[in-house]
Design a protein around this ligand. Structure first.
Ligand code: G4P
Length: 281
C-alpha cells in the first residue's frame, strides 16, 4: 500500500479525528512493535489532549520481545498503558477490555465515589496505515453486535461495537498519517511494509537495514546466510550475493538481484524477530 498524504488529506483526517475524539473517553492507538516510534503519528499527543490512552504494539509476533519490553517501559506513564499484541492470534477482546479498565480506573473510581454509576467506556482505535486497525476491528466485529447511536456534536451517526458490557469501540478507526520529514522514518516504514517499494530507493533501504542488522542482530544474519558478518553493509550485501550465486556474466555480484533477495527475506521474517528501533530507557 502506498501512503499518499497531501495537506488536504491531513487536514480532513485531523478534523475527523477531532470530531470523533469528542465522543470517546479514551483512545486505543496502534503502533507496530517493530517500529514503535516511526509508526507513531506526530500529532497524536496534541490531538488526544491528555485523554487516557492504550498503546497497542501490534505484530508482536514479528518483533523482538526483549526490545518490545523496553518500549513498554519507555512509553508507559500515568495516562498511557502499553500492551504488545499479536492481533491475529491473541485474545484481543480480553486484553483490550482489561487494559482499558485499568487506565480508566481513576476516573471510574471518582464517579463511583460521587455516587454516579459509570457507563460503558467509549474508545476509538487509531493509527497510521498498516498497523493493524482493520484486523483488530474485524476480529472484534465478527463476534459482536454493531450498534448505531447518535452522539451530540457529530453530524454522522457513529457506529459502536459493544465489545463488552463495560467497553464500546467506535467501529471506524481513525487513520492518521506517519511522520515524513525524517528519512530514517521512511526507511523504517518501508521495512515494515507500510510503504510500497516502487516509490523507494531499494539500495538505500537495503543498506540501512543491513547496517542496523549488523549492529543489533548479527547472529540472526549469520544464522540466515551462513557466512561471517562483515562490518560494512555494502560488502555484506555483496558477500550474500556471492554466497547465493547471484552473479552477473562478468563475474561481479548482481547487486540489484541481491538486494531484492535480501529485502524479500526480511519481509518474509526469515531474519527472525526484529525490532528496528531501540527504546531509550
Ligand atoms: P490497517 O487497517 O491499520 O491499515 O492495517 P491492517 O489491519 O490492514 O493490517 C495490515 C497487515 O498487517 C495485514 O496483512 C494484517 O494481516 C497484518 N497484521 C495486523 N496485525 C498483525 C499482527 O499482530 N501480527 C501479524 N503477523 N500480522 C498482523 P495483509 O493483509 O497480509 O497485508 P500486507 O501484509 O500485504 O500489508
Amino acid at each position: 500500500m502506498t501512503i499518499q498524504w497531501f495537506p488536504g488529506h491531513m487536514t480532513r483526517a485531523k478534523r475527523q479525528m477531532q470530531e470523533a475524539l469528542k465522543t470517546v473517553d479514551m483512545v486505543i492507538e496502534l503502533r507496530d512493535s517493530r517500529i514503535p516510534k516511526a509508526s507513531q503519528n506526530p500529532m497524536i499527543e496534541q490531538l488526544i489532549q491528555g485523554k487516557p490512552r492504550l498503546i497497542l504494539l501490534s505484530k508482536k509476533d514479528k518483533g523482538d520481545s526483549r526490545e518490545i519490553d523496553r518500549w513498554i517501559e519507555c512509553l508507559s506513564n500515568e495516562t498511557t498503558i502499553v500492551v504488545a499484541v499479536d492481533l491475529i492470534h491473541d485474545n484481543v477482546v480480553e486484553i483490550i477490555v482489561n487494559a482499558c479498565k485499568k487506565i480508566m480506573k481513576p476516573k471510574i473510581d471518582k464517579q463511583i465515589s460521587r455516587g454516579i454509576r459509570p457507563r460503558a467506556i467509549r474508545a476509538m482505535v487509531c493509527g497510521i496505515p498498516n498497523v493493524g486497525k482493520s484486523t483488530l476491528i474485524n476480529r472484534i466485529a465478527k463476534k459482536k453486535v454493531v450498534e448505531t447511536a447518535n452522539k451530540p456534536g457529530v453530524t454522522k451517526a457513529l457506529k459502536w461495537i459493544k465489545l463488552h458490557k463495560d467497553l464500546e469501540l467506535l467501529d471506524t478507526p481513525g487513520v492518521l498519517w506517519p511522520k515524513f520529514e525524517d528519512q530514517e522514518v521512511g526507511y523504517y516504514l518501508a521495512l515494515s511494509g507500510a510503504i510500497r517499494d516502487e516509490i523507494l530507493n531499494l539500495e538505500e533501504i537495503a543498506a540501512f537495514a543491513m547496517k542496523r542488522l549488523i549492529e543489533q542482530y548479527p547472529e540472526n544474519l549469520k544464522q540466515l546466510y551462513g557466512i561471517e558478518v562483515i562490518d560494512d553493509p555494502y560488502k555484506m550485501i555483496e558477500a550474500i550475493g556471492r554466497s547465493k550465486n547471484l552473479i552477473k556474466a562478468n563475474d561481479e555480484v548482481d547487486y540489484a538481484r541481491t538486494i531484492d533477495f535480501f529485502l524479500r527475506d526480511l519481509r518474509d521474517d526469515k531474519c527472525g524477530r526484529i525490532t528496528w528501533e531501540k527504546a531509550n530507557v
